[in-house]
Design a binder for this molecule. Structure first.
Ligand SMILES: C[S@@+](CC[C@H](N)C(=O)[O-])C[C@H]1O[C@@H](n2cnc3c(N)ncnc32)[C@H](O)[C@@H]1O
Length: 250
């Protein structure tokens, strides 16, 4: 229920310009591991293109043809070589292993049921080379914030951006939390003064609570070896914004 959101790849990059400590973190992981890198849910390549530019052989996989096309275009523009593959992280077989596999920026949370998450982790496990690592970052669900999702439309000032073709774009989001499924179901509305709601797209994001994560990983044959609470490597705590995880084969 989020494919429509990712069919607007250029708008995605304008809304989420990326860069910063998340890119630095994954670049450091790739350098530490050396060798080959696979990113699942790579989107438009905001993290993978800099890693490929550092000299690592990179494969990016994504469900969205539009996001992959934009990644390929950007990599080509920068003269960076990488392989872009359309596929579903729930179940995949690339027929080779990698020194680093990662899933960044909450991409994992597009998998909603436990069976899909375990199946994804089992596929990841089959693609981790001996001595290789799996890294991921997802948000740390705050019960307070989840309960604030009231189903009404609110403007997200921090996400406003300028589209070179359309001008100033405002972003409204209406979302509600489905506690049984642990999924926040949202609708995103993009508007300009001239064109209200020129994009209306659903986006559904699961919450994975801290105690669940190691169990799901272990069912897929992976072991959580480190969990940080922010990009500086601070220890994970209940109030941390992030669950930034490093895993190995179990
Ligand atoms: C939040 S974006 C993150 C993109 C990129 N990793 C980044 O850091 O900018 C999530 C991406 O996950 C992709 N995605 C969602 N479900 C997927 C699935 N089942 N398999 C592969 N990719 C998926 C979406 O198409 C989208 O490009």
């Amino acid at each position: 229920m989020s494919e429509g959101f990712y069919s607007h790849a250029k708008l995605y990059d304008l809304m989420f310009p990326g860069g910063g400590p998340a890119v630095d973190f994954y670049r450091t992981q790739a350098d530490r591991q050396g060798g080959t890198v696979l990113e699942l849910g790579c989107g438009t390549g905001g993290k993978l293109i800099p890693i490929a530019a550092d000299g690592h052989a990179c494969v990016g996989m994504d469900l969205s043809a539009e996001m992959l096309a934009e990644a390929e275009r950007k990599a080509g523009e920068r003269g960076v070589a990488a392989e872009w593959v359309q596929g579903d992280m729930r179940e995949f077989d690339l027929g080779r292993t990698f020194d680093l596999v990662f899933i960044a920026a909450n991409s994992l949370l597009h998998l909603h049921d436990a069976a899909s998450l375990v199946s994804c982790f089992a596929s990841v496990r089959r693609h981790v080379a001996p001595g290789g690592r799996f890294a991921l970052d997802i948000f740390n669900p705050s019960v307070g914030l989840l309960s604030e999702a009231d189903g009404l439309r609110h403007t997200r000032e921090s996400l406003s951006f300028v589209d070179p073709d359309r001008g100033d774009v405002t972003v409204d989001v209406a979302e509600a939390y489905d506690a049984a499924d642990q999924v926040t179901r949202g609708t995103w509305y993009l508007s300009t003064v001239a064109e209200t709601d020129f994009v209306v797209a659903p986006l559904e994001i699961r919450s994975i609570f801290p105690q669940e994560l190691p169990l799901l990983l272990s069912l897929g044959g992976l072991r959580l070896v480190d969990r940080f609470g922010d990009w500086s490597g601070a220890p994970f705590t209940g109030s941390a914004a992030l669950q930034l995880c490093i895993c190995e084969a179990a």
